[in-house]
Design a protein around this ligand. Structure first.
Ligand code: GLP
Length: 282
């Protein structure tokens, strides 16, 4: 979890304070409370203030910036209403999780890096495991290879603007990625570099709740809602190039699919109807 930034100082040990006299600019920059809101938004955009960081107390902020408490209160209240900040009763004001969920298209074969970059966010990766070894029976079955054939395993915490949003466990045949250490931020970039870009994938989503270790990594409460995604991706020749199982924080993403009426009538491409559907049809 992000630590407190009570002094409004830069992360990483640098000491330029975010909140100090003169930071709000001159009168031409508009009303003071709006300027303070802009300063806080800029601090968040630049990563100087991050989700769950505590802001200095109202009184302190007023002193640091040389403005009245009324101005500070008005600015903070506006940002709380927008969801940019959160106020916890009795304990202060914190940077909220971005209200905007990250859009993940379900109808196009894109990578995490592409999705995040396309929506104006900065993707990041923290490696949890990068290894190669013989495929277990389950891995071999998922990838459609012989048990014991070499596979590369990539387990990553995926970050958006520095905040953890997903844990992804990928296995790929070692024929595609022989050396896990060669994968940088993007698995799909590494696959494309090896001439092994997937062209088709089958993806399943399910609602789950987070276990303790996953919750810790995702900075969420144990038992909180998450979306489990399994993607099996294929090369043009039909062989499997990736099997990834992911857990996304339930509050992080919007999964968006475009639906259109089939020209030949409904349901021609759908698989078997769900049990609920069958039931409702009697
Ligand atoms: C998404 C998919 C994963 C895929 C990943 C690749 O997150 N759910 O199945 O492995 O994108 O993303 P990147 O190229 O950023 O590693």
């Amino acid at each position: 979890m992000a630590g407190p930034a009570a002094e409004g100082t830069m992360r990483g040990g640098a000491t330029t304070p975010l909140f100090r006299p003169g930071r709000l600019g001159g009168e031409e920059a508009g009303p003071l409370y709006l300027r303070l809101q802009s300063l806080i938004r800029a601090g968040i955009a630049e990563g100087r203030l991050r989700t769950n960081d505590a802001l200095p107390a109202e009184r302190e902020l007023a002193v640091q910036l040389g403005v009245s408490r009324v101005t500070v209160r008005k600015a903070l209240r506006g940002l709380v209403d927008e969801g940019v900040l959160r106020q916890r009763h009795g304990s202060g004001t914190y940077v909220g999780r971005p209200a905007e969920r990250i859009r993940q298209p379900l109808s196009r074969l894109t990578s995490f890096t592409e999705d995040m970059t396309a929506s104006g966010h900065v993707p990041g990766t923290r490696w949890l495991d990068r290894s190669s070894g013989p495929a277990t029976a389950e891995e071999a079955e998922l990838l459609g290879i012989a048990p014991g054939a070499a596979v590369t395993r990539l387990t990553r915490l995926r970050l958006v603007d520095g905040d953890p949003v997903a844990i992804e466990r990928a296995i790929v045949p070692a024929t595609a990625i022989p050396d896990a250490a060669k994968v940088g931020t993007s698995l799909y970039d590494a696959l494309a570099g090896a001439g092994m870009q997937p062209v088709r994938a089958v993806q399943r989503l399910a609602a789950v709740s987070l276990g303790e270790s996953e919750a810790r990594l995702l900075e969420a409460a144990p038992g909180s809602a998450a979306v489990a995604i399994e993607r099996i991706a294929y090369l043009p020749d039909g062989s499997v190039v990736e099997c990834t199982r992911s857990h996304y924080r339930g509050d992080a993403c919007d999964f968006v699919a475009e639906l259109s009426l089939s020209p030949n009538g409904a349901g021609t491409e759908a698989g078997p109807a769900s049990p609920t559907h069958q039931k409702s049809q009697g």
